[in-house]
Design a binder for this molecule. Structure first.
Ligand code: NAP
Length: 326
């Protein structure tokens, strides 16, 4: 058995983490031994290794925050689960481990036959995309939403969820090769970022009033989205991929009365009712299980190769998510 452990944080994420041998602790009556099927490496995992994320686990820690695993054996009191079954892991467990011991009551059984790799990405990015579409603007079918880092997993989910709601998306990317793949999943407009972005957006949308801009990048890219917004539009900053502070010009704040907000799923969990959380997750799980919602996967690495996996995930211009498996 191997786990990807880090004893310190540092600027080069792959330098601080390594796969080390461990022996599974003896199962308690209410616990389950699981074998990892898939767990993504998200930007938040990389930021956790570098020490820049909003919440940091005590050290030493095991990397990874979400995923899907198969039941290997059950504690003597566990009911409702069977060996071989796939379950969703609770968020924050430390998932980059070939084997995981978890309390049975925290495991969510997954539908038979659903793709475990796609479901391993359910807990964080799909609800983020869904909530940013529903919580910040009163959008009607036909309205436009603009987002950058549109080829990210969140970006892919947002395009598909917007389509299901009848919304139209303007998707900003960093390279032309992404235009076709994003159009294939339902993007209405895909544009490569650049200084003249607002002009190109106005032309392509026939000067549409854009009420919502969704920003994963920060820095000057935030203001390019704000420049595209209608008067009293809202810019939601939810990521810091550029590593720079989100910038919005005084002209956008004063003359267009733009609202700038942040979004962090972790805070939403703190105030959303259990009922609201369950409803959202049930809907998203169903969409993923039926193939209506997905994100591209670039590469799958073994826990044993965690350094390579983290280095690959931390670099830009990937063709999808990096997953870790046993
Ligand atoms: N606030 C929240 O609650 C919350 C929840 C989930 C995710 N997030 C954030 O959402 C963002 C997307 O997450 P994800 O898992 O969907 O990402 P992902 O699939 O790993 O994709 C990363 C994206 O970032 C882009 N990117 C990387 N470096 C960049 C740079 N310097 N400038 C501009 N774009 C850059 C990539 O574009 P290229 O392909 O061109 O490199 C790609 O589109 C991340 O910032 C993540 O932390 C936030």
């Amino acid at each position: 058995m191997l786990k990807a452990e880090y004893q310190q944080r540092g600027p080069v994420p792959q330098d601080v983490i390594q796969a080390i041998e461990f022996e599974a602790p003896e199962l308690q009556a209410d616990e389950v031994l699981l074998e990892l099927q898939a767990s993504p490496i998200n930007p938040s995992d990389v930021l956790t290794l570098t020490g820049l994320y909003g919440i940091l686990p005590p050290l030493p820690a095991i990397g990874g925050n979400e995923g899907v695993a198969r039941v290997v054996s059950l504690g003597s009191n566990v009911t409702g689960l069977v060996e071989g079954q796939s379950v969703l892991l609770p968020v924050g467990l430390g998932t980059w481990s070939t084997h995981i011991v978890a309390p049975a009551k925290k495991l969510i059984p997954l539908p038979e036959g659903a793709d475990p790799q796609q479901l391993s990405m359910l807990s964080i990015n799909p609800p983020t995309a869904a909530l940013m579409l529903s919580e910040f603007a009163d959008l009607k079918p036909g309205d436009w939403v603009i987002q950058n880092a549109a080829n990210s997993a969140v970006g892919n989910y947002l395009i598909q969820l917007a389509k299901l709601k009848g919304l139209r998306t303007i998707n900003i990317v960093r390279r032309e090769s992404l235009i076709q793949p994003l159009q294939d999943i339902g993007a209405d407009l895909v544009l490569v970022d650049g200084d003249d972005l607002p002009k190109r957006v106005r032309k392509a949308t026939d000067k549409a009033d854009i009420k919502l801009a969704i920003d994963a990048v920060g820095g000057a890219a935030s203001n390019r989205l704000a420049d595209c917004l209608a008067t009293q539009g809202t810019l939601v900053n939810y990521g810091m991929m550029s590593g720079e502070a989100a910038q919005v010009s005084s002209a956008n704040l004063i003359f267009k009365d733009i609202t700038v907000k942040g979004f962090w799923l972790a805070l939403w969990f703190q105030h959303a009712s259990n009922e609201a959380q369950q409803k959202l997750y049930n809907e998203l799980a169903m969409l993923i299980a039926t193939g209506k919602l997905s994100a591209p996967i670039d590469k799958v690495f073994k826990v044993a190769d965690i350094k390579e996996a983290v280095a690959y995930a931390a670099q830009g211009e990937r063709n999808g998510k990096v997953l870790v498996t046993a």
